[in-house]
Design a protein around this ligand. Structure first.
Ligand SMILES: [Fe+2]
Ligand SMILES: [Fe+2]
Length: 182
């Protein structure tokens, strides 16, 4: 996943300037054959959680974006695109395993909308603080799921890259908050 021809910002060994890594046709594989029932059950639960959280994340950013030109909006669009990639990552993994997304994920769309829209109404500082708070929770969630679940190697790498991206989001928002521009 590291692209050395285009050296970018590295986080935990992953290039986080790439916000939508390339997927080739052969990367899509049907998974889970021969896995124990318990392992499959934990992978299903973990993927559903991640897929749902990424729906919330992309919705927060989508509703935080305003029409104002500037670095904050540019970074919010980039973060939204990155979260859409994460969402796609976990939807693909769920279906490769023959699982389905959580039927309750719409509730997290609403939570994302509420967080995103209310912080946009409050202003740039609130946007940045909500971003830092939500992403910090996400990083811990990722930690727990990486530790607890026996992932297949491909899926583990995707989860690690996506977690590295979340660290990057925290740093982007902290940098803007500390710059006192907002
Ligand atoms: Fe994400
Ligand atoms: Fe994020």
């Amino acid at each position: 996943m590291e692209d050395n021809r285009n050296p970018g910002q590295s986080q935990g060994g992953y290039n986080i300037s790439i916000i939508r890594p390339q997927i080739i046709n052969k990367d899509i594989k049907l998974r889970g054959e021969g896995f124990a029932e318990r392992r499959l059950a934990s992978i299903k639960k973990g993927l559903r959680t991640l897929h749902t959280l990424e729906l919330m994340a992309q919705t927060i950013y989508k509703f935080q974006i305003t029409k104002e030109p500037g670095e904050l909006n540019r970074r919010l669009v980039a973060a939204m695109c990155n979260e859409m990639t994460h969402y796609q990552d976990f939807q693909v993994k769920l279906l490769e395993y023959g699982f389905r997304p959580s039927p309750f994920r719409w509730a997290y769309w609403i939570v994302g909308f509420v967080f995103g829209y209310l912080s946009r109404l409050t202003g740039p500082k609130a946007i940045l603080k909500v971003g830092i708070w939500v992403e910090t929770k996400a990083v811990h969630h990722y930690d727990r799921l990486l530790e607890k679940i026996e992932w297949d190697e491909d899926t583990r790498k995707i989860i690690e890259k996506d977690q590295a991206d979340e660290f990057g989001h925290i740093n982007h928002w902290k940098e803007l908050l500390d710059s006192n521009r907002y």
